[in-house]
Design a protein around this ligand. Sequence first.
Ligand code: AMP
Length: 192
Amino acid sequence: MVNIILFGAPGAGKGTQALLLAEKFELTHLSTGEMLRNEIDSGSWLGQQAKSIITRGELVSDELVIDMIGDQITRHPHAKGFIFDGFPRTQVQARELDRLLQEKNMQITALIELEVDTNELTCRLLKRGESSGRSDDSSIEVIKKRIEVYNRQTASIIGYYQTQNKYFPVNGLGSIKDISERLNKQVRHFLP
Ligand code: AMP
């Protein structure tokens, strides 16, 4: 079983590449951003709480996303492995993910970071905002805020995985196909 965290700043390409990896290696794709957007679209109480936070470019509470991920792990008892996209984003989430997996005799295999510089991230997000309709991609202020939140609250979790020799950076620049091939090559190393 391989359990991969696909990591990177907003706009690094996690969503696109996570879907490709999930298909190629038959992994169950879990995206907390997508789960939250579904909650917003359904008009649920949870979605209403999350909406203003997401629109501001800030992080929703650790408790909320940990509960959602725990629930999804439990709902997929026969998964061949998971690909986590957009989770964990804080030290607390990283530790809780370990705990949730340990309860089921599983563990994280690797955190793969898609490395993309800030200028490129900003360009990609502005472009995505033109077509995605995502409120958090539509203004330069919110994009800057999300990158700042990533640098302040999220980037440091790399260290948590580095000390366990589970950190693998991959160049996130180039075509979707080129990046996908780099990722496939990396993931193949983890297969039995
Ligand atoms: P994403 O689609 O992963 O970029 O997530 C969109 C937004 O959802 C983020 O900017 C956060 O506001 C919220 N979000 C998604 N995942 C998390 C998480 N693991 N922890 C806190 N907030 C999250």
